[in-house]
Design a protein around this ligand. Structure first.
Ligand code: SF4
Length: 253
């Protein structure tokens, strides 16, 4: 993507960063298997019952986070990637609560592309600058409440950008049970034009870093595949969380 000098905004705003790591592969969703550097921000407006990244969510972990500006983050991305313009995945926590617009602008200047993973609870106009927007609204098992108007607005910001550049919008929902499945069906009906990725949830507590219940995850995935096929829901793509199968709940891989 090319950007004009006028719309580059490399500010000195402070961004809370939990960790920057990679290159590794994206383990889930539409970009599964793609090499990427992750920038995981600190802080989240949700408290999902099964969150596996509480170290990037809870204020009690704040002392482990780093307050960084755009240039410091980008310097680390460049160091890790060896200056190869890879995909950068903005994750969290909820990265949408951080001022990431300048990082996207700076990275684009150097040929990097940007994906964000967010639940869609905070809609930002700068979503329009992304190359990939993955929205992962949280189903009932998370014990969170979806604010639909915010999800609508997140999609609108990205959709409006399509007249200036290619931006791929995807939905991704973690499924644990029938209620989650019904929620995913509703989301797909609400946004029929957006590709939907479903993934079987990992029920192993995050403190069990390596001993996850792989057979339990695969059984749930099998159920999910049978469920979508029986419903003739052919618009859904069912995927595992590849990183979980490979590396369990380990951080930084
Ligand atoms: S939205 Fe994501 S990071 Fe935030 S609490 Fe839920 S699972 Fe954890």
């Amino acid at each position: 993507m090319t950007q004009t000098a006028q719309n580059i905004s490399v500010g000195t705003k402070t961004i809370q960063v939990s960790e920057i790591f990679g290159p590794t592969i994206q383990g889930e969703g539409a970009l599964i298997g793609k090499p990427t550097v992750f920038v995981r921000t600190g802080g989240c407006d949700y408290r999902c019952s099964w969150c596996d990244s509480l170290y990037a969510v809870l204020p009690e972990h704040k002392a482990e986070w780093h307050a960084m500006d755009t240039r410091q983050i980008f310097a680390e991305v460049e160091r890790l990637s060896g200056h190869a313009p890879l995909l950068v995945t903005l994750s969290g926590g909820n990265p949408a609560i951080q001022p990431l617009e300048g990082l996207i602008d700076l990275g684009h200047e150097h040929g990097y592309t940007f994906a964000i993973e967010t639940q869609g609870s905070v809609a930002q106009p700068w979503f329009a600058k992304l190359d990939y927007l993955t929205l992962s609204p949280k189903p009932p098992s998370s014990k969170q409440v979806t604010r639909w108007e915010r999800l609508d607005r997140s999609i609108l910001y990205a959709t409006n950008a399509r007249h200036t550049h290619e931006i791929q919008i995807n939905l991704k929902i973690v499924i644990f049970d029938e209620d989650d499945y019904a929620y995913a069906r509703y989301v797909a009906e609400r946004y029929p034009a957006i590709p939907m990725y479903l993934q079987a949830g990992n029920h192993t507590p995050p403190q069990q870093a390596e001993e996850i219940d792989v057979s339990g995850i695969l059984q749930r995935m099998d159920w999910l595949i049978q469920r979508t096929i029986a419903d003739r829901w052919y618009g859904a793509t069912v995927l595992p969380q590849l990183h979980t199968l490979l590396w369990g709940n380990k951080r930084g891989v």
